[in-house]
Design a protein around this ligand. Sequence first.
Ligand code: HEC
Length: 295
Amino acid sequence: MKPRTPISVYIVLTVVLSTLLFGMFSPDGSYLTSAFFWGLLLIATILLLIMNSIGDLIENENFSRLTEEEKQAYLEQKKIPYYQKLWNSAFKKQSQSEEKDILIDHGFDGITELDNSLPKWWTGLFWFGCVFCIVYMAAYAFTDYAHQEKEYDQETKTMLASITEFEKSAPPVNLETAKYSADNIAEGEQLFKTNCTTCHGDGGIGGIGPNLTDTHWINVKQKSLFKNVIWMLENGSPNNPAMRPFVKEGTITGRDAEKIAAYVYHINREKAPVTEAQGGAAPQGETVEWENGNE
Ligand code: HEC
């Protein structure tokens, strides 16, 4: 007769595995506040305790049937703590007579094989793996669990909602409040590529719309170049409807305009103009000496 695994080990295992399973289906941890989850753990623990009591009864019954010697051996074994026994079992070697019993009847060149039974932790892990695999596949087939595309869509939606929320509460960016920042140039370039290059060419060198890298301007509505771009983006061109009021019509936000204007400032004032010889559009309008820097 062997001493039984302590009930605490079963309880810890049950709690860990249940948490793992619940965590799989609700990764946000909301199950931790669910009465169902805690109720289930409580019921499982009570059942384990009942199972343990029945085990105790059976153990007592079996114990009384042992001979005096066997009783002694059993009590000796029971004195060794469970974890120490587990540890020892990892390095256990069979005695000669035990080896004989489990020796498999084949061999080559003096090499023989023992038919050891698999360790409990190994078989436990194996069965857990099988059950986990079935649960996972069923979850994948019949629920939204682990579907990357759906998770991606969900995250995008949450992100867009938080951006909208931010836009609502953040102070609006308009002609008065817009500020130049070199940090916006990179993002401005991306926005320029999506919204403006069709007409103003790659890098603002001009096309249907004027060359934005040179010193010539048709529309001069503000004293600084940065603000002039913001003005154009808010109001569009008074002479040519092709240049639309992007902000007013809602294609881009004031915040986007601030970034795009930083980029246009950058290509116009911090880089050499792209001339006609270099593939840029011919200058349009008149030369402008902008009064204020990037304000
Ligand atoms: C559908 C074509 C088109 C698109 C798209 C477009 N523009 Fe224009 N843009 C024009 C035209 C045409 C003009 C010239 C307007 C005029 O003659 O007054 C212009 C003028 C401008 C001017 C004033 C230039 C000057 O010399 O007066 C700025 C600044 C400008 N656009 C920036 C932008 C930015 C930034 C974007 C992207 C958000 C953009 N435009 C998108 C066609 C376009």
